[in-house]
Design a protein around this ligand. Structure first.
Ligand code: C2E
Ligand code: CA
Ligand code: CA
Ligand code: CA
Length: 279
């Protein structure tokens, strides 16, 4: 029994050690990456589902390691959130995206909406509004073109505090979108008290469209809910023609997904937008 116990420990301990030392390595690498600004901002186009025109872009960050590999946000944002490094990374994203905005808008032939994600920790940062306004000002971007995307997770717990942050952002004209809409557990009642400009329907609902096992009823109901509240609605994760047709049919205002355009670096986005404009 004693040997067994030791075996169990021997099997278990190394993997635990790898986990915690991995986390330690990852954390110090991420700190280093913050100092050296080793991040890249990609832009995914968002389209008007009626006209097919590009209405905006969503900024999506990647960590570019020194060997050139790109790390997806889901693999470092949680750690960045936990350690607070997300505040610094977020500032880099805002500055970069505001700087790129005029190139993207020029290529598209009109001023684009610039959507930027905010994690809960960023949302609660007391310097958030000042940081954003400075990034906008430095790059001559009118606040009306900026839309910040927050999940319900950033709002719940302290609704009064959240409402205060939101009104501070809205005051200069920044727009607010609820990201991953429909998968939170907070119900919809908060929409009575919190002013939002857009609901972004989580891509899991879009994935239900046109699949034998999925049911498009939820996507349809969420679109109807948004429309009934006079809130703009965007569907994300559109991957095929069937999904696009369904969303258009339901009156979803805007669409975003690999079928229409993948996230691309700024220069690729510029050529993509120029091509779309002349198509
Ligand atoms: P999100 O805000 O829901 O962003 C949409 C994600 O869906 C992106 O993943 C995008 O590449 C992906 N996507 C877009 N179209 C499709 C599609 O048709 N099919 C599929 N399967 N996926 C699609 P990405 O870039 O890996 O970002 C993941 C998450 O990381 C984002 O989810 C967002 O929550 C977070 N994130 C990304 N950039 C930032 C940032 O700058 N700051 C913060 N705080 N979070 C960020
Ligand atoms: Ca988003
Ligand atoms: Ca989303
Ligand atoms: Ca998400």
């Amino acid at each position: 029994a004693k040997d067994q116990g030791r075996n169990t420990v021997q099997i278990y301990t190394p993997s635990m050690e790898i986990d915690s030392s991995n986390r330690f390595v990852l954390e110090s690498e991420l700190r280093e990456a913050c100092l050296r600004k080793e991040f890249l901002v990609m832009y995914q186009p968002v389209f008007d589902s009626g006209s097919g025109e590009i209405t905006g872009v969503e900024a999506l960050v990647r960590w570019r390691r020194r060997d050139g590999t790109l790390v997806a946000p889901n693999d470092f944002i949680p750690l960045a959130e936990e350690t607070g490094l997300i505040v610094e990374i977020g500032e880099f994203v805002f500055r970069t995206a505001c700087r790129d905005w005029k190139h993207l808008s020029r290529a598209a032939g009109r001023p684009l909406r610039l959507a930027i994600n905010l994690s809960p920790r960023q949302f609660r940062d007391e310097h958030l509004t000042a940081m954003i306004l400075q990034a906008l000002r430095e790059n001559d971007v009118d606040p009306h073109y900026l839309e910040v995307e927050v999940t319900e997770g950033a709002l719940i717990g302290d609704w009064d505090g959240a409402a205060e942050v939101l009104s501070r952002l809205r005051e200069p004209g920044i727009h607010i979108a609820i990201d991953d809409f429909g998968i939170g557990y907070s119900g919809f009642a908060y929409l009575r008290h919190i002013a939002v400009d857009r609901l972004k329907i989580d891509r899991s609902f879009v994935g239900d469209i046109g699949h034998d096992i999925g049911n498009p009823a939820l996507a349809g109901a969420l679109i109807a809910l948004a429309r009934g509240l006079h809130i703009s609605v965007t569907a994300e994760g559109v991957e095929n023609e069937n999904q696009l047709a369904f969303l258009q049919d339901q009156g979803c205002h805007e669409v975003q997904g690999f079928y229409l355009g993948r996230p691309m670096p700024v220069d690729e986005s510029v050529s993509f937008f120029e091509k779309e404009r002349h198509a």
